[in-house]
Ligand binder design. Structure first.
Ligand code: PLP
Length: 454
């Protein structure tokens, strides 16, 4: 047995793969990735792929940034671990929090670390509850999320996630979590409804939900500026303006999930900057360290912090935190990531290449399989349809998105099929030439899929 066949068999024998059809995996086995260079990765057969999804929407600086490797090595030598419990601290965590707050929306004042986006959102939920208990409003606990929103997989963040597969068979959502409409005009508009009218209907629905539940029972609303895993849904004009008015009106906190949008993805440092959001709580992960090491953070406003501090004084301690909160090596790598964003002027780079990326994306709308293309900055999606006029999706058994995804991979480009759409989220360092390569692969994938279904 070759070593490749052996490691594939060992994988199948021992591993439970996240977000994988486990039955299929037994037959197909894994795709083993061995190394990376810039925006490319190489599998164990030496085949090169342009990583059009930055892994899981995360490796913003590509796969071979030496400065991040060196930052980790240096910190390993100095202090490989220390925690933040009980007033202990470490320099990378301290410096990172200062740098993060320097670039974050001005409404935010303090940083709480964890390891993953799910944990950051889980902490956000707990903070909303703790805060309202401290305020003497123990009933104001419900959190409104959105259908198709993605906020993670832990018991609380998985409940916030608005996708059926994350709930079915997991006994989620837990109580106190509600879901309102997904702001996709393409999927949700009534026949003949204008985008403006659609947006207003969604805002009205949100207000009605709050009124039905009772504003004194709703503590927070959570949203990604652009929905990622739900299919890259860019909100219609005026949507967040309307949402924020309603939240203010009923004194409801706004949690902004910047786990994908944060650090340049939408053409500004944060999605909050792009859509003029004023978060009370904001979660970040992924591109915080270009995903070279696991680290996430929940940023909170000064009023929330003050109330929590006051309350924890009374309880004796703020009894929340994980072993690796503010891990010095992860923090050192994240700090270096933020410095690289600054040195490379990554936001300007995104602003420079995004119009090209978006024009290539939108040029695919003429393709017979494409119902809609949507995107902003360096994130986009191609909605596939059986019939452009009626927007009829393909039957799930056709697995149209998998056909496109697999055929694009044959052409050396990795993208991700989500329901009836193809998502694109390349590393932020991508060049115009590489954008050409990305779309050549996607188009080849679309053409091959078309041949199969015709
Ligand atoms: N929030 C958003 C917007 C995400 O896209 C994700 C993951 O894709 C998460 C939260 C969860 O992050 P993690 O997978 O690190 O737990």
């Amino acid at each position: 047995m070759s070593s490749e066949t052996l490691s594939s068999a060992t994988d199948v024998k021992n591993l439970v793969h996240p977000y994988t059809n486990l039955g299929d995996h037994l037959n197909k086995g894994p795709m083993i990735i061995e190394r990376g260079e810039g925006v490319y990765i190489y599998d164990n057969h030496g085949k090169r792929y342009l990583e059009g999804m930055s892994g899981l929407w995360c490796t913003s600086l590509g796969f071979s940034e030496e400065r991040l490797v060196n930052a980790a090595i240096e910190q390993f030598k100095k202090l490989p671990y220390y925690h933040l419990f009980n007033s202990r601290s470490n320099t990378p965590a301290i410096e990172l929090s200062e740098k993060l707050l320097e670039i974050a929306p001005k409404s935010l004042a303090k940083v709480l670390y964890a390891n993953s986006g799910s944990e950051a959102n889980d902490a956000a939920v707990k903070l909303v509850w703790f805060y309202h208990n401290a305020l003497g409003k123990p009933a104001k606990k419900k959190i409104i999320s959105r259908l198709r929103g993605y906020h993670g997989v832990t018991v609380a963040s998985g409940s916030l996630t608005g996708l059926p597969a994350n709930h079915q068979f997991f006994d989620l959502p837990i109580d106190r979590i509600l879901h309102t409409d997904c702001p996709s005009y393409y999927h949700g508009a009534n026949p003949g409804e204008s985008e403006e009218a659609f947006t207003q209907r969604l805002i009205n629905n949100l207000e009605q939900l709050i009124l039905k539940e009772g504003p004194d029972t709703v503590g927070a609303f959570i949203a990604e500026p652009v929905m990622g895993a739900g299919g890259v849904i860019v909100p219609p004009k005026g949507y967040f303006e309307g949402v924020q008015k309603i939240l203010k009106k009923y004194n409801i906190l706004f949690i902004v999930d910047e786990v994908i949008c944060g650090f340049g993805r939408t053409g500004n440092m944060f999605g909050s900057d792009t859509f003029n959001l004023q978060p009370d709580i904001m979660s970040v992960a992924k591109a915080l360290s270009s995903s070279y090491l696991p680290i996430s953070a929940t940023l909170i406003s000064q009023p929330i912090y003050e109330k929590i501090a006051e309350q924890s004084d009374e309880v004796g301690v703020f009894a929340h935190g994980v072993t690796y909160s503010g891990h010095p090596i992860c923090a050192a790598v994240a700090l270096e990531t933020l410095k690289i964003y600054q040195d490379k002027n990554i936001v300007s780079h995104v602003q420079e290449v995004a119009p090209y990326f978006l024009s290539k994306l939108h040029s695919l709308s003429a393709h017979p399989l494409v119902g809609e293309t949507r995107g902003i900055g360096l994130i986009g999606a191609i909605e596939l349809t059986q019939d452009k006029a009626s927007k009829k999706p393909f039957d799930p058994s056709v697995k149209i998105e998998k056909l496109v995804q697999e055929n694009a991979a044959k052409h050396g480009v990795l993208v991700r099929g989500i329901r009836n759409a193809i998502a694109l989220c390349p590393p932020l360092i991508i060049t115009k030439e590489q954008i050409d390569e990305l779309f050549n692969g996607v188009e080849a994938g679309l053409n091959a899929a078309l041949e199969t279904v015709e």
